[in-house]
Design a protein around this ligand. Sequence first.
Ligand code: ADP
Length: 614
Amino acid sequence: MSTATTEKHVFQAEIQQLLDLVVHSLYTDKDIFLRELISNASDSMEKVRHLEGTEKHFKDAGEELQITLEANKDAGTVTLTDRGIGMTREELIENLGTIAHSGTKAFLEQIKANGGSSSGLIGQFGVGFYSAFMVADKVEVFSRSWKEDAESLRWESDGKTGYEIEPVDELPRGVKIVLHLNEASKEFADDFRIKGLIQRYSNFVGFPILIEGKRVNEVEALWLKNKSEITDEEYKAFYQFACKGFDDPTYRLHFSADAPITINALIFTPGENPEKTGFGKVDGGVALYCKKVLIDPEPKGLLPEWLRFVKGVVDSADLPLNISRETMQDSALVRKLNGVITKRIIKMFEKEASADPAKYRDFYKKFERFFKEGIATDYSNKDALAKLLRFETSMTEAGEVCSLTDYAGRVKDGQDKIYYLIGSNRDQIESGPYIEAFKARGLEVIYFMDAVDEYVVDSLGEFEGKKLVSVRHAGVELDDVDSDADGLSEEQVNALCEFLKTELGEKVTKVSSGKRLVESPVIALVPEDGMSPQVRQMMKAMDENFKDEVKVELEINPRHALIKKLSETRESHPEVAKLVAAQMLDNALISAGLLDDAREMIRRMNALMEKAMQ
Ligand code: ADP
């Protein structure tokens, strides 16, 4: 109701433009109006705290620094009261009627720079107070500034063209905002509903928020406290209550940084892998805050996908409160946060692993797949992640593990490769013919025994300049090794190789004598770019018509009794020699996991047995 002392004002043209945007297109999620108003109230009370310490003239009537909320169903209103610094008449005009303050100004400047279009910019800038008009068709602001002899005032607007200001009876210091909810937003005139909004978005605000005299935000913003003031129990309680962790956390990382961006972060790794028990992929568990106010409980792009198992909070004062979910992933700030936090988390794992290897091993057993996914998908962190891998090798005891760094630290002089073999278990790997040559030369071979390791090795390619090489591959050069056993002469070897190549035809690309073998007569080597037995198995399982001509290179051991015997038999009993040649290839293919159809082999075995008994 206007009186003689009522001042009428028209919004600046830009504010009208802004209001129009706010109401019609700015927010996809109108829930957040309360968060914006609570955030303003909290900022204002922070300023009171500051004034108490710095301003001689600051008079305090003993007001409690708290926020009260009241929902009135009948009147269709929500009222929010704070005991902050309040606003004078000039400040009401300046703050709620012009674009003097930075967030809004920057927003509109961007729109102008964009040729008047707001698309792509929406949500990147703070428009705080004006979000009240998303849910209200009339907003009243009662205000009294902390300044001496400040007027008690009422500001009112319908959020369309202008506002009015009039003096009212004496008010306590601070601001009271009354939202007269519009038809579509009446649901908010409900204690239960607004309590839910507070717990979702404003649970960690540093002042009590009261509804009906009861505090509804109960959790402290632990991440902003000093590490030395927090007990393990408090950390654990925070993990379980605030991060909804259902177990005991294994590791935690609590840090703050100022450059290149302000960060306060508190991150936990859970005790159990939530994806292991068959629940499928989990959503990210690290929420994003700006000065204790929730921006997004599951922000996209804050952390790489492979870190979805960690839980916690990241708070950055540099973020605009209104950064929208849609623009989150494209935001340079969020990318910066991602870079810094991910590196810190990886560092944390590295430190924990060396501080307590046994604990890390247990953790690793449950979570290794995430690290491996990271190596395959997160290019920028691949090398750092490689250091977190653990595996058995030909030099570890069964069940003991080591890292690539351990391996690299004990390679023989001049060894510029890292040797590995993929297989399903240690016994299977060690009983095959591939390892013996490396063992005989004291070369360590990594045993990769997880179904996904193949992709990990492919993605990794090398570690600290040393190429990862499968011992199954042809073309691995090995030094001579002393051997007491007499072998065939060069001439005999050449003749035998020629014989075998003729007999085996297209099935082998090459037959040669090699230095690899000690105890086995032959070995099948696959080309470096060929399909591995693991991948072949998978293809076969998926497609019953899958056919892949296996072409291998055969290497013979000229010191082996069977080979020497074959060299003689080739001339004395060519019929038997032919059967033995074919059987030797099949044996090598079985060892390599590459024999698809054993029917022909069985017929041949029968023929061989018959001959052996003659
Ligand atoms: P922002 O908070 O991003 O500056 P707002 O539109 O939310 O933008 O608020 C504009 C200004 O109005 C604030 O900067 C502050 O000076 C003032 N203001 C808003 N709410 C309050 C309040 N509850 N108490 C005191 N001042 C306030």
